[in-house]
Design a protein around this ligand. Structure first.
Ligand code: SAM
Length: 221
């Protein structure tokens, strides 16, 4: 498939996500139109890049489905200039979409526990030109990343048994965190807002299914 074939498929997928009401803002639409998902999946799966489904990226992990990436970006209410922490770098695709939205004045910090996937993401982000806006960290994202806190937004792309307390601590006032919470096979996507007085407001969005967040404030394995 050529670059222009992928571009046509990308456009069709984005239009259908707009029709379904998943993509609601211009900024998320433009970012989803811009970032080439085919560059973030294993080469033998490139022709599936614009199916609205998660795909395997090795090590038992997945790149999330495009509708989930778009939905999480919409629910996070991302805007240019924001500082964003992503937990679960995986392929680097979601980090690239976030980087496209926050722009050159924003910053994305993305943590991955598997060094091999962090390297895969690094190569993908470098090839697509997003590496200068994304700092990749290898470690347990359930502990957050204190050196760059507080964050305007935190997006967790693996399922947690509860909202990890360090992530609440590292969320800025008026900040928003989007996180799947539940057991191993049934989760609910939560939006957690830290108000200006530091109190928290929780809202549920949709049932979902993510790979587990493994770590101190996640699952054991
Ligand atoms: N955002 C990714 C993308 O765009 O490809 C998809 C992420 S995948 C659904 C979830 C990722 O979270 C996996 O790569 C997994 O290894 C990682 N993960 C699980 N527990 C983690 C933890 N405690 N800290 C950091 N990453 C973790």
């Amino acid at each position: 498939m050529t670059e222009s074939d992928f571009s046509i498929l990308r456009q069709a997928l984005v239009e259908s996500l707009v029709e379904e009401g998943v993509i609601r803002s211009k900024i998320v639409k433009e970012a989803m139109l811009k970032v080439p998902r085919e560059e973030f999946v294993p080469i033998h799966l490139r022709h599936y890049a614009y199916e609205d489904t998660p795909l395997p990226i090795g090590y038992g992990q997945t790149i999330s489905a495009p509708h989930m990436v778009a939905l999480m970006c919409e629910e996070a209410q991302l805007a240019p200039g924001m500082r964003v922490l992503e937990i679960g770098t995986g392929s680097g695709y979601h980090a690239a979409v976030i980087a496209e939205i926050v722009g050159p004045k924003g910053a994305v910090y993305s943590i991955e526990r598997l060094a091999e996937l962090s390297s895969f993401a690094r190569r993908n982000l470098a090839r697509t030109g997003y590496l200068d806006r994304v700092t990749l960290i290898i470690g347990d994202g359930s502990m957050g990343y204190p050196p760059a806190a507080p964050y305007d937004r935190i997006i967790v792309t693996a399922a947690a048994p509860e909202v990890p307390p360090p992530l609440i601590d590292q969320l800025a006032r008026n900040g928003i965190m989007v996180i799947p919470v539940g057991d191993r096979f049934n989760q609910i996507l939560y939006v957690v807002r830290k108000k200006s007085d530091g109190s928290l407001e929780y809202r549920t969005v949709t049932p979902c299914l993510f790979v587990p967040l493994i770590g101190r404030h996640g699952w054991d394995s």
